[in-house]
Design a protein. Sequence first.
Length: 741
Amino acid sequence: MTHDASVVVFISELVVLLVAGRAAGELAQRIGQPAVIGQIIAGVLLGPSVLGAIAPGLWHSLFPAGAAQHAMLDALAQLGVLLLLLMTGMETDLTVFRDARRAAVSISLSSIVVPFICGVALGVLLPESMLPSPSRRAITALFLGTALSISSVKIVALVVRDLGFLRRTVGQIIIASSIADDTIGWLIVAITLGLALHGVIDVAAVTRIVLGTAAFLILSFTFGRRLVFQLIRWSNDNLRSEMATISMILVIAGLMALLTAAIGVHLVLGAFVAGILIGQSQTLTRRIDAQLRGLIVALFMPVFFALAGLATDLSALAGSGLVLTAGLIVLASFGKFSGAFLGGRLGGLSYAESFAVGCGMNARGSTEIIVASIGLSMGALDQRLFTAIVAMAVVTTLVMPPMLRWALRRLPMSSEEKARIEREEFETQGFLKQVERVLLAVDASPSGQFASRLAGLLAGVRRIPTTVLHLDRAAVGGSAASDRRIRRSTAAVQAAAQAGDEVAPSGSDKVDITTRSRTLSESDEAIAAEARKGYGLLVIGREPSAAGAAFDPQITRSAARFGGAFAIAIARGVHRREPLPAALNILVAVTGTRVSRQGAEVAIALSQASRGAVAALYVANPPRRSLPWRQRFGRVIAPRNAANAAVREIVDLGELYGIAVSARIRSVSAAYDAILKEVQSGQHDLLVMGVSPRSGDQLFFGDVAAEILERAECSVLFVSADPAADPAAVATLSQSSPQRG
């Protein structure tokens, strides 16, 4: 076969596998099964057992037996393995494991040890006629033990989510156990494969592999972790070519895979650990994650699992092969269920919860297919054992959803668990949850220093990576005074971030803070350039203007160039002398709108970080026929329901973070009068308002905000919605700056 003909056949194989895998995966999802099951079945249908038996001529022409053709498909499969392990690592949420670590560790260890012993015992007891190589019985036994012991965290998480139990306590324990199970399992896979490469179990080789793996993991999660974070941030912030960060991620995964291969461990461990580190990177935006997942899920996932099915020969199940497969399924299910059940009881779970965990951990799916494919390619498994393992993976994955659904329905939801789930669902809709990075644009003014402190508090308490863009009148590095101002801004952010970090969940990473410097004349282009790197919020710290109710034109241009949600911090009162006291006493004006809730979220986060207090003020217009004495004493007549609902929402939001929000409802004709009256009481040192830009040449948030800007004696933080969500805002910013960044 010529080179061109070989390429044509390869592309044909790729297209057929992609179409069949995608179609069968879609059908599987429509009947409530994971897509991977459909993709494997598609490969089986295209393999020698079905298409090869029905149309042997077509099958041989589509999948010729030539070594070169097989090598091309094998290379694609091996690349698919690495990318799938990279994606699995990126999906490994270690925070879930940390929250349920006691039960998860117990369940994971016991659910690995019991089926691993069962698999090894099976390999030891198998007759020589069922072994690919009797001299390598120990390696085959280790592969069987490994294949029986690992759960597929992707399949488990998918099924738990589809059943609606992702936020249930037992659902989180199942996923956390699967994460630990998967991580430990791939260590076992790596060591087993390292032994298989040597052909025999050599004590020196085992020692070298174990020590090399330990050193690799220690270096990866210390020095390597920081290096990976820096490389991803550098590529995202400095490279201008399309999808440059995706290329950097693939390079990191490839290098770490090669590093594990160099120490005698299989490539899969390096790819998996790389995925974990990359997934934890604070600058890995949802856009980048979606792009990489799109490449893997759209191409490599359906093709790889279809190839696994293609390598399955159902004729190998005839006779003793069928008995072997049935025994493998029973042994795998018994070992996994009994191990997980025992671990659940030892971890403090009830009988019903342990039973549900045992059902949930029994899904094998993609993980076993990867292990079996590697074992087949290395000669540790033959066609019969490979087919038996694939059948076991498919059967256990198919029966897991109905069994888990039945088990979970027997678990009543406690009132405490119900309240937690409602709070988490409420929180997922939040504004700050969607902010992946903060850009802080400040000068050396008191408002700039105040904004630096506020941004630092947000960064520390919500773990949001922050870039400080210091704008100075002098050139960068042009004078000692300029350098001191830059250091002062950075120190303000870092000190506030540390304060916020102290009240954040334990075990989290220190927030990433980067500093850049530009002159004031370069600020427009600098903000536009930074905006392209993927920020969710711009915090501006500059003096508004001498005109009182108007903003400096530079602030207008900065908001326009950023093109997203932004906040403007203005220091007044005590904050003109001291940027930030120990605790903030915050007044937040609420109206029940989306932008109002957005401002309240920021206020609560600042209060939590500074250990301060929050008061929510709702101002309602008085009804036309209300009694004068009721208006005079601020009694609310209408619309009471709207006011109560708006305030209740903010009170509930505060409870999520342990902040007791005091609610105040006033009914007056001018909202700013009520707000200013509260400010003049002296109880608050910061007023937070959620606002939206209005049409016009200058940045304008409406009459109420203008009055507050001109007359408020305390510091003010205006939090503006994303202009893209408000046509009027888009018009405002477009008119003020035609060349938006």
